[in-house]
Design a protein around this ligand. Structure first.
Ligand SMILES: Nc1ncnc2c1ncn2[C@@H]1O[C@H](COP(=O)(O)OP(=O)(O)OP(=O)(O)O)[C@@H](O)[C@H]1O
Ligand SMILES: [Mg+2]
Length: 330
């Protein structure tokens, strides 16, 4: 019971498709997961695996040609997919914030940092002008920007990439969200700055106690910030567990493949990384069987015939792979 009370977000059997001239693209296929208060959940997978679409649904940010075909997204017990526009606005501004990969497209180049932060505070809080000014400085300090008064007067192009992402995070925090969705927030940054932004998110999580959904195609990036990790492939969850389970006790060959394609600091720098051979499937014609089977080193006959269900390996650690059953027909 206490466990259940701690659940902030519950995604249940979410399925999302896009429709274009050539038909249906099944972007998200039956995704379910829970997020507890204050927890950091990583969502990893190659490009096109449905990480963004499944997470953007939480804020109902689905392009016009997309449709949620089924499922529920319960935020504190209430289905986001059934909320009125007014409830959505309240949710977007006050409870859930999102930061994107490229802060240059999310920040308006024509306005100063001050203008953009101020607009956000005006929209999401009842603060008066003096209070907002004070809060803007506090927010920039919180995200590790020094000389905040000077920075407030600057335009986005006057800031470095890492600084712009910090400003984006400050804007996202301006409404004191309970949940921050970070969609590849470090992809556009170089490795050192990436690490700094991740440290910042970790620090903010500790300080503010908010939950974070951290989306990335790079398992290496999420290793020290996430409590739990979901691995997605072709619109489905193929493995889910604590960070430790995903790194050290993973059971899905795709998770293994992703880990082999991550640069390892401990390894010889000259050692070649092994990208997973082949390409993800075309989601406009979903074939029977496991979507990863054509690229899987361990595929068996059953894998191309029947889709494996998510099987629980231990409490909270699941994987969808026929290989887990051991002696199935080869
Ligand atoms: N507006 C759209 N119209 C048609 N198909 C779309 C649209 N948006 C996304 N898709 C498709 O949905 C699938 C999932 O896309 P999604 O953006 O969630 O992938 P992702 O895992 O976030 O990838 P990346 O790492 O590249 O950001 C992909 O096959 C993609 O081509
Ligand atoms: Mg994406």
């Amino acid at each position: 019971m206490e466990e259940q009370l701690n659940v902030m977000l519950e995604v249940k059997n979410l399925a999302v498709s896009f429709y274009n001239k050539s038909g249906e693209i099944q972007a998200v296929r039956d995704v379910s997961y829970q997020l507890k208060k204050g927890e950091v959940l990583g969502i990893v997978g190659e490009s096109g695996s449905g990480k963004s679409v499944s997470s953007h649904c939480i804020l109902r940010l689905i392009p016009d040609n997309g449709k949620v075909r089924s499922g529920e997204i319960l935020f504190e017990g209430k289905d986001i997919l059934k909320m009125s526009q007014k409830e959505m606005q309240n949710l977007r501004g006050n409870r859930i914030s999102m930061i994107f990969q490229d802060p240059m497209t999310a920040l308006d180049p024509l306005f100063t940092v001050e203008y953009q932060l101020n607009e956000s505070l005006k929209k999401h809080t009842g603060m008066g002008s003096a209070e907002r000014k004070k809060r803007m400085v506090e927010l920039l300090e919180l995200v590790g920007i020094n000389q905040p008064e000077r920075r407030l007067k600057q335009y986005p192009h006057e800031l470095s990439g890492g600084m712009r992402q910090r400003v984006m995070i400050a804007i996202a925090l301006s409404c004191s969200p309970n949940l921050l969705i970070a969609d590849e927030p470090t992809t556009a940054l170089d490795v050192t700055i990436q690490a700094q932004i991740i440290d910042l998110l970790k620090e903010l999580k500790e300080k503010l106690g908010m939950a974070i959904i951290f989306i990335t195609h790079d398992l290496g990036v999420v290793s020290d910030i996430c409590d739990r990790i979901i691995v997605m492939y072709a619109g489905k969850i193929v493995e889910e567990g604590t960070s430790r389970e995903i790194f050290y006790q993973h059971r899905h060959p795709y998770t293994q493949g992703l880990l082999e394609s991550v640069p390892d600091i401990g390894k010889d720098q000259n050692e070649r990384l092994k990208p997973i051979k082949g390409n993800p499937p075309d989601m406009s014609s979903v074939k029977p069987g496991c979507a990863f089977a054509p690229r899987c080193r361990e595929a068996m006959r059953i894998c191309v015939r029947e889709e494996p269900p998510l099987m629980e390996l231990s409490e909270g650690h699941c994987a969808a792979c026929w290989g887990l059953l051991g002696a199935v027909e080869k």
